[in-house]
Design a binder for this molecule. Structure first.
Ligand code: BGC
Length: 749
């Protein structure tokens, strides 16, 4: 009798929540959890790869991709799985309608087979647009988005990514990467927002807002996933998933703030760092996953492992003697969901651990509640999927225009001797050459249609390479010779003879699309063949325009003096070819600024926010900061001048704010955008202060002769740092504010 009443109340709770509130209440979720078996709870904590339930198998999906019903029935019926992901290894892109069929099949089978009405949560890496869906809009990669210094634009780009990901039926995006890019060798450097805490935090906020919006249950929004908590990007060797040695002070000063910002913005999920810090794998680290993430940062969402990382506690890290011990360690450290993803051992082992009492049910219920709440917040109980026709703007011209704008705004003009750029289209004869000149893959990088992004057969038809976009403007005045692949010279005789007949040379260098372990390199130096290509061209004495499409700042110091202009393009995405051509011919005025310090030598990695080392009274020039280009640097086709800074007070009291005003004027003949970068220098502090540190910025567009006054608001928090007790503090003292060459001293109490 009692059971019947409870059942009635539970059904009533579901009904009232869906009819009146359109959402499941916490009470309804608790009631649902109370009805779940151990196996059902563990199933919710399990994420498998599409290959486990599709025809063909893992990394070998049949084309077109199709669900294998028998395998799906086992996954849902026996293992009660709660989540699926897919990666682009071996599967390539999937068309929107085919995605729909796949999801409809999963939803139908889940309804039929699962005892409880819990939707399955599908997740994917939509890293720079819905990159695993055919015809989706592909944006510049994160490092390029950071180079726009335009958070509003980054928010819009992420909103389009969310729209097109949801159009593919997928409500969970494993993006953005919030690891700070302070190790330029790292194969995933291009996935970061660069080396600076202030810039990357602003981008983190923009990305989360764009992906999740104000209401994540909207059919145009997805849950974001902050990656990869914590310190993943900073391995000592620079190789992916190799040991990180990080003091707590450094971790809090550099690697935590982007995550803090994203949590404050409402990020729904987090993915855990695959590697280890100071010898402890993060997947087994209670201090990071529970004490820091939950107790201190108050993160309420879902923590998912990275690929196979629970098993790796046994197989790779060797901190667990068996897989079962690995599962126990990870769950007790704070993992909610295991990206298993290729088998069901995790389910069997966790069920055993719970039945033995080694993992308490209270721990499991906590994770299951987080997972069900996420599904509830995404509106999946009511709407597991929407119709393809609900997304008429998928892959639209408006979306590609936005991608073009992002590509245009990321382009960073690093050199322009004698104003060689912009070229006047149709005037000079130009030679276009280099490995990146005629490749869409080299503009997009990894996570493009496939995991490593090297497959040329899956590229979006109609998108233009740099060569094709320049050809449209130059017609017969343009000749092309590749001249070099990524690592070998090709037919230099043909190249030099064509170069001889040209007036100007556009040479486009690049890097093989790659990420994670396949992207590891042994040196930051650009392969010698590409250096030789530029050297040979330079021997002809013609103006050379260098375009760089790199995953990370590959060393080009030997050729910088040989070229007249240099456009750093990062990985600008599917519209990058058009944007680069338009930048070269002046249809757009470049406004990108470097989001990292560009090193001049492989072993001379010094960040702009370095400690003071150079102005000692003996010759310590070897200690000097001598990058090829400074963080925040980028030229324009127009010129800007700054008026002196004015401030609302010269003494900043605790809890109050200071307004910093600065006028900037466009003194050139062209419309252009400038980024006001406000740095500060803490003159004396208990922890050796940085020579300068970015604390606020704003991008402004100025017509010729136009002057604008920009106001930036700071508080004493803006000058805080992590002290020797690992606490964030602002110490009283003098602070020097700097915008361009303008400086002002203030006293912070
Ligand atoms: C990567 C993650 C990614 C996951 C799923 C892992 O190998 O490290 O960034 O989200 O695969 O594709």
């Amino acid at each position: 009798m009692k059971i019947k009443v409870l059942f009635f109340l539970t059904v009533f709770a579901f009904a009232t929540t869906s009819i009146f509130a359109q959402k499941w209440s916490d009470l309804a979720i608790d009631s649902l959890i109370a009805k779940m078996s151990i196996e059902e709870k563990v199933g919710q904590m399990t994420q498998i790869d599409l290959g486990v339930v599709a025809e063909g198998g893992i990394c070998n999906l049949k084309q077109p991709q199709r669900i294998d019903i028998t395998k799906l029935q086992e996954a849902i019926g026996k293992y009660k799985i709660g989540s699926i992901l897919n990666v682009g290894c071996g599967s390539g892109t999937i068309s929107g309608p085919n995605w729909n069929v796949i999801h409809q099949t999963i939803i139908k089978e889940n309804k039929k087979t699962a005892r409880l009405p819990i939707p399955i949560l599908y997740g994917i890496d939509a890293i720079h647009g819905a990159n695993y869906t055919k015809g989706a809009t592909l944006f510049p990669q994160q490092i390029a988005q950071a180079a726009t210094w335009n958070p509003a634009l980054v928010e819009q780009a992420n909103a389009v990514s969310a729209y097109e990901t949801r159009a593919s039926g997928i409500p969970w995006n494993f993006s953005p990467v919030l690891d700070l890019g302070r190790q330029p060798l790292w194969s995933r450097f291009f996935e970061t927002y660069g080396e600076d805490v202030c810039l990357a935090s602003a981008m983190a906020r923009a990305a989360i807002k764009g992906l999740q919006g104000d209401e994540v249950s909207s059919k145009y929004k997805v849950a974001a996933c902050m990656k990869h908590f914590l310190g993943y990007s900073f391995s000592l060797s620079g190789k992916d998933r190799t040991p990180v040695w990080l003091s707590e002070r450094e971790m809090r000063a550099y690697f935590l703030p982007t995550f803090q910002e994203a949590i404050a913005t409402g990020a729904k999920t987090v993915m855990i760092n695959s590697g280890d810090i100071n010898g402890t794998p993060v997947h087994a680290n209670y201090d990071i996953l529970t004490t820091l993430l939950r107790d201190e940062l108050k993160f309420k969402g879902v923590a998912v492992t990275d690929w196979e990382d629970i098993y790796k506690l046994e197989q790779l890290h060797r901190v667990a003697a068996t897989k079962k011990e690995a599962v126990r360690m990870a769950i007790m450290a704070g993992v909610d969901m295991s990206m298993v993803p290729n088998d069901f051992q995790f389910c069997d082992l966790l069920v055993e651990l719970i039945k033995e009492g080694t993992v308490p049910m209270s721990r499991i219920d906590l994770s299951v509640k987080r997972i069900l709440s996420l599904k509830r917040d995404l509106g999946l109980f009511e709407h597991p999927i929407y119709a393809v026709k609900d997304y008429p703007a998928f892959g639209s011209v408006d979306h590609s225009n936005l991608s073009y704008q992002a590509a245009a705004e990321c382009l960073t003009l690093l050199k322009n001797k004698n104003a060689v750029l912009p070229l006047v289209a149709q005037k000079d004869k130009i030679l276009v050459c280099g490995p990146a000149a005629h490749s869409l893959n080299l503009l997009n990088g990894a996570w493009t249609h496939t995991w490593q992004g090297v497959d040329t057969t899956t590229n979006t038809p109609g998108k233009k390479t740099i060569l094709q976009a320049l050809q449209e403007q130059y017609g017969n005045l343009l000749t092309y010779a590749q001249g070099a692949s990524l690592d070998a010279l090709i037919n230099t005789e043909e190249l030099l003879s064509k170069a001889n007949s040209a007036d100007k040379i556009v040479v486009c260098l690049g890097e093989l699309p790659s990420t994670e372990v396949p992207g590891n390199i042994k040196s930051l130096d650009l392969p010698e063949a590409q250096i030789q290509l530029v050297k040979q061209l330079a021997s002809l004495g013609k103006p050379i325009i260098l375009v760089c499409c790199f995953n990370r700042p590959r060393i080009i110091a030997p050729i910088i003096p040989l070229v007249d202009a240099m456009v750093y393009a990062y990985l600008p995405g599917d519209e990058g070819g058009r944007a680069i051509a338009d930048c070269i011919t002046g249809r757009i005025n470049p406004s990108g600024k470097l989001p990292f310090t560009y090193p001049a030598a492989s072993n001379d990695i010094v960040h702009y926010d370095r400690k003071r080392t150079e102005d000692l009274d003996i010759d310590f020039s070897m200690n000097a900061y001598q990058p090829s280009f400074d963080f925040g640097f980028g030229l324009s086709y127009t010129q800007f001048i700054y008026a002196p800074i004015s401030i609302s007070t010269d003494t900043l009291k605790k809890g109050s704010k200071i307004l910093v005003n600065c006028k900037v004027k466009n003194t050139g003949a062209r419309r252009g955008a400038e980024v006001l970068q406000l740095y500060y220098n803490d003159l004396v502090a208990s922890i050796t202060p940085s020579v300068k540190k970015l604390t606020a910025f704003k991008k402004v567009m100025l017509e010729p002769n136009e002057e604008k006054e920009i106001q930036l608001e700071l508080t004493s928090e803006s000058f805080s740092f992590i002290n020797k007790n690992n606490q964030r503090v602002t110490e009283p003292g003098l602070i020097e504010l700097m915008i361009d060459q303008q400086k002002k001293l203030i006293y912070v109490e």
